[in-house]
Design a protein. Structure first.
Length: 482
């Protein structure tokens, strides 16, 4: 195959079909937007003409043989993988496919406790049993950093016969673990490594970023091109880097959850985003790194704020850092991260990615404009000037060490009852309780709910942070096993 990264085979085929202007006696029912006039007027006719049914010349995602197959091969080559699969229901589907293709019901899988909810849902779908590696915590910032190779080795020795290791590269906060050592440690025990790389698609296109999953020798990874690679929301990719992984079986697993009505708008955005990264990624990321470094330096001049850089996380020798994650500690302002997020949105019309008790997080990506960050710095300077400069009351960072008494799949299918939050200590959780973002469960199905978890949830509610996963939207009650 000609790996000319300037090519966009799928996008070209769809553009040809749009220009062809064929009479659409098929679904979708809006008929190129004529049946949805108000929406068509706002988004434009080309978008709605691209909203195609699987038709002659544009291939099918669940069994591609022409333009989608070519586009996936180009993506694999660009990201250093043996095989790539387009995903249009997010990296969630890729994470779940990795778990389901590696584990059968009852198998053990080793994973960090700060995993995303998609991984826990993958446990339910696959029937796998988790063996947790407790990640390290940065006590000052109050955030989870990542796991170490030593921690993984301990989990391997503790497990009976783990069928896979799942890790994260990088975390939502941009912290990356020592991935090469983690892969080596797992492979020494003949265990494949699966990587949730939702926040790291861009990292293989510039040497100043943490190493990517494929470059580190991981067997599979799932990458959110829509988060940091420029494609549209919901579009991602599943990558296979090992010759030991059967690509045909991966396709079978993906077909369990693939939609039978794929969006060619999303698929085309993957094709074009890959081209942009492959051709211009290094140059674009050079500019972004310069921009974020200048911004970080300006923030660190503001009294009461601290924006950690790469050296802060690398001092232990165990972690690295994706500089495009602009993490700012606001605790010395006398404000929580949640309060600063609300002020930025209401008073300055600035939306950030994430807030927690002590920090806010802005994600700087390919489409960033310098004036956006100048406005962000000016807003933070204004907020800091008016703040009380009294440090927020410290709440001990809780390292939850879950007691798993039942596999998540069994808990999911068990009979449940609703119990008031204050009365849940000692009960077995029948649902996940998590802060979103980042979507990391405080307690997952099949785990014992402890008094510490109840206190932490109550604190989060007082701070008005978003808690999800529970049937009760205000989390006054939690579903537990009956």
């Amino acid at each position: 195959m000609n790996f000319d990264q300037n090519r966009t085979p799928l996008f070209d085929a769809v553009k040809y079909h749009v220009k062809r202007n064929a009479i659409p006696l098929q679904i979708p029912g809006h008929k190129q937007g004529y049946g949805l006039a108000e929406y068509r007027e706002f988004v434009g006719e080309n978008v709605l003409k691209m909203d195609l049914n699987e038709t002659r010349g544009i291939d099918m995602i669940w069994d591609p043989v022409s333009v989608i197959a070519e586009a996936e091969k180009l993506l694999a080559e660009a990201l250093g993988a043996n095989h790539a699969y387009f995903l249009i229901n997010g990296t969630t589907s890729g994470v779940q496919a990795m778990i389901m293709s590696s584990c059968t019901p009852g198998d053990q899988i080793i994973l960090p406790r700060n995993a995303h909810k998609s991984i826990f849902n993958g446990l339910i779908l696959s029937g796998a049993k988790p063996v947790y590696v407790l990640p390290k915590i940065d006590d000052y910032l109050g955030i989870v950093t990542g796991i170490t190779a030593e921690g993984l080795q301990g989990a391997i020795e503790k497990s009976r016969n783990a069928k896979a290791v799942m890790t994260i590269n990088p975390s939502y906060y941009g912290v990356a673990s020592e991935l090469e050592r983690i892969v080596e440690t797992a492979h020494d025990s003949c265990i494949p490594v699966l990587v949730d790389e939702a926040h790291g698609t861009h990292m293989c296109f510039h040497p100043y970023f943490p190493i990517s999953a494929m470059a580190a020798g991981a067997d599979m990874s799932a990458a959110s091109l829509h988060k940091t690679g420029g494609s549209m929301t919901q579009s991602s990719a599943l990558l296979v880097g090992s010759s030991k992984i059967n690509p045909n079986y991966i396709k079978q697993v993906l077909n369990l959850t693939y939609t039978s009505s794929p969006s060619y708008i999303l698929l085309c955005s993957l094709d074009v985003a890959r081209k942009q990264l492959a051709i211009n990624g290094r140059q674009m990321l050079d500019q972004i790194l310069g921009l974020v470094r200048r911004t970080r330096a300006e923030i660190n001049k503001i009294d009461g704020l601290f924006a950690p850089d790469k050296s802060y996380f690398e001092r232990s020798g165990k972690f690295s850092f994706d500089e495009t994650k602009l993490l700012v500690s606001v605790q010395k302002l006398g404000l929580t991260g949640y309060e600063v997020e609300e002020i930025l949105a209401k008073d300055y019309n600035i939306l950030i990615e994430l807030a927690d008790m002590y920090n806010i997080l802005a994600v700087i990506s390919l489409g960033e404009k310098e004036e956006f960050l100048q406005s962000f710095v000016a807003a933070l300077r204004d907020i800091a000037t008016r703040a009380k400069k009294k440090e927020v009351k410290r709440i001990e960072t809780v390292q939850f060490s879950p007691e798993v008494v039942m596999p998540p799949r069994d808990a999911f299918f068990s009979k449940k009852r609703s119990v008031p939050l204050e009365q849940c200590a000692g009960e077995i959780a029948g649902e996940m309780v998590m802060v979103y973002p980042p979507g990391i469960p405080l307690v997952s199905m099949g785990e014992i709910i402890t008094a510490d978890i109840i206190d932490y949830v109550k604190m989060l509610k007082e701070e008005r942070c978003t808690i999800q996963g529970t049937i009760d939207p205000i989390v006054d009650n939690i579903m537990v096993l009956d």
